[in-house]
Design a protein around this ligand. Structure first.
Ligand code: ADP
Length: 507
């Protein structure tokens, strides 16, 4: 917006009166005090008009010109004492007065406007600079957009500020007045980059862009800023919002790094401090049970409890270690082409004792393509599903392990005819430590098996899901890429050393 010069009517009237006094003074000096000829008097009036035009406005200088013409005509041009001009050449002098007045006042006005504009711009720059300093002091730990809105209201003296954040869809207000309800326009400015100016409501809404991308919008009321300064302000707001975002994500990354370090430390502690004594307890209980040293049935019973609980504890610790390793990113895939039948066979082999007397049907089509997976990890995921199927179904009910090709992937499933899972729990069972109400107090477990299976499957770019009806049983399925889908055929891809996550949980 250009600088404006508005003067009250009283000031102009006063100046016109002063102009009249100046013309009267010149006339008095040139006519009565020291009488001069018409040319000298003409110059004196001209100088006065130039002076008036240079210092005041067009109105004052025209008033001066008219006054000077009248006085010059009456007192210095023949016939003297009358408002008539005998010599037509004197009209030239009169026109010269008027032209001088208009031209000089026009140039003077332009110069004044330019000076005012420069001062205005300088003030804008100073305010923008003050604002840029204030956004450096914003606390990233508190609501940044709210603080930015407050700083704008304070620094620019806005009666109302509204800052709309595109990501969260929230509007942050500041200033003594409410921003006239323009959420729609704020949203449009933040999404499409539209600009709104409402002179009647004294508001302006502009988009806040980071590069070419609008990330927010800013609404201001009663802020007299040029378009370029407004653009500068929007850019500073974008920098402020982005800076705090960068700081927050840097501190999150740091927290995640520290948490990973903590996990690794805990992991090592778990491995050493729990596994070693558990192995000794298990060795001792197994030795006692198989020796003849136990005298009474009660002693045998008690040692069996120790033996079983040592197994259970060992299983829990193993699962916790596996989970922690996966989460800490310490598991690396070693993918090769593998036969599903071999993986399923190896997984079932581990449950030989547990599955004694159970009917387990394995249906794997002969022409099934090999899968491109880390064999040990996929076997581990499959074992989690088989273990659950055995745990959560009656001893006399059958199980099915099946595989089929679909598109570029192979789907492996484990079905049981057990208690099934309520629909509301079907997504929750994949959450860490979640156990369905029905199993919590009846079947031992840590609520980690399915999380481990899901993580492994997802590491392979596959999916895992369940289809179940309470009372009828459950089918857990997961997909993995078929061998033909690997990026480049050839030697197995070796990624880093293999973690000891492959230990059997039920070993
Ligand atoms: P855990 O078996 O140690 O409890 P999981 O993560 O393997 O942990 O399973 C989470 C929960 O999902 C179980 O507690 C159980 O409630 C439910 N669940 C898993 N598999 C089955 C299944 N085959 N039949 C019924 N419920 C199941």
């Amino acid at each position: 917006m250009p600088a404006r010069e508005t003067l009250s009517v009283t000031v102009v009237a006063l100046r016109v009166a002063l102009v009249a006094a100046i013309i009267a003074a010149i006339t008095w000096i040139c006519y009565w005090l020291t009488p001069v000829n018409a040319t000298t008097a003409g110059f004196a009036y001209l100088v006065a008009i130039l002076f008036i035009a240079a210092h005041w406005g067009l109105v004052e200088s025209i008033a001066g010109s008219v006054g000077a013409v009248l006085a010059f005509n009456f007192f210095f041009l023949p016939p003297i004492g009358r408002f008539t001009i005998a010599d037509p050449q004197n009209w030239v002098a009169l026109v010269a007065f008027l032209a001088t007045a208009v031209t000089a006042s026009h140039f003077s006005r332009q110069a004044k406007l330019r000076a005012l504009d420069a001062t205005h711009r300088q003030k804008e720059m100073e305010t923008l600079y003050a604002f840029s300093r204030s956004i450096l002091l914003i606390q990233p730990s508190q609501n940044v957009a709210k603080q930015v809105a407050m700083q704008i209201a304070q620094t620019f003296g806005a009666s109302s500020v509204a800052l709309y954040e595109r990501d969260s869809g929230q509007v942050h207000h500041s200033g003594p007045e409410d921003f006239p309800g323009a959420k729609e326009q704020l949203h449009q400015a933040a999404v499409e980059g539209t600009f709104f100016r409402d002179h009647a409501a004294r508001t302006v809404i502009t988009s806040v862009r980071l590069g070419a991308q609008p990330i927010a919008s800013l609404g201001l009321r009663d802020v007299d800023l040029s378009d370029s300064a407004l653009q500068g302000l929007a850019n500073l707001v974008a920098i402020g919002l982005e800076r705090s975002r960068a700081q927050t994500s840097a501190s999150r990354a740091e927290a995640a790094r520290q948490s990973d370090e903590l996990k690794s430390t805990l992991l090592d502690a778990l491995t050493h401090e729990f596994k070693t004594p558990l192995t000794s307890i298990k060795a001792a209980s197994t030795a006692l049970l198989s020796s003849d040293g136990l005298e009474t049935a009660q002693q045998r019973e008690l040692i069996s409890v120790v033996d079983e609980e040592a197994d259970r504890l060992s299983e829990l610790v193993t699962e916790a270690i596996q989970m922690a390793r996966i989460e800490a990113g310490r598991v690396h895939l070693r993918r090769e082409d593998n036969s599903v039948a071999e993986i399923a066979g190896a997984a079932l082999e581990r449950f030989k004792t547990q599955a004694e007397g159970r009917t387990i049907t394995v249906r794997i089509p002969a022409g099934l393509p090999p899968i491109w997976v880390d064999r040990e990890l996929i076997e581990l995921a499959l074992r989690q599903l088989i273990d659950n199927a055995l745990k959560y179904s009656p001893l006399d009910s059958p199980l099915r392990v099946e595989a089929e090709a679909e598109g570029g992937r192979v789907i492996i499933s484990v079905a049981d005819s057990g208690r099934g899972i309520a629909e509301a729990e079907q997504t929750r069972i994949f959450e860490k430590f979640y156990r369905a109400d029905s199993s919590r107090h009846q079947v031992p477990g840590a609520g980690l098996g399915l999380v481990i299976a899901r993580e492994i499957v997802q590491m392979h770019g596959g999916e895992i899901w369940v289809e179940s009806k309470p009372g009828e049983g459950s089918i857990f399925r997961f997909s993995v890429p078929a061998a033909a889908q690997r990026p480049e055929a050839g030697a197995p891809i070796m990624e880093d050393t293999h973690a000891d996550v492959h230990q059997a949980p039920h070993a």
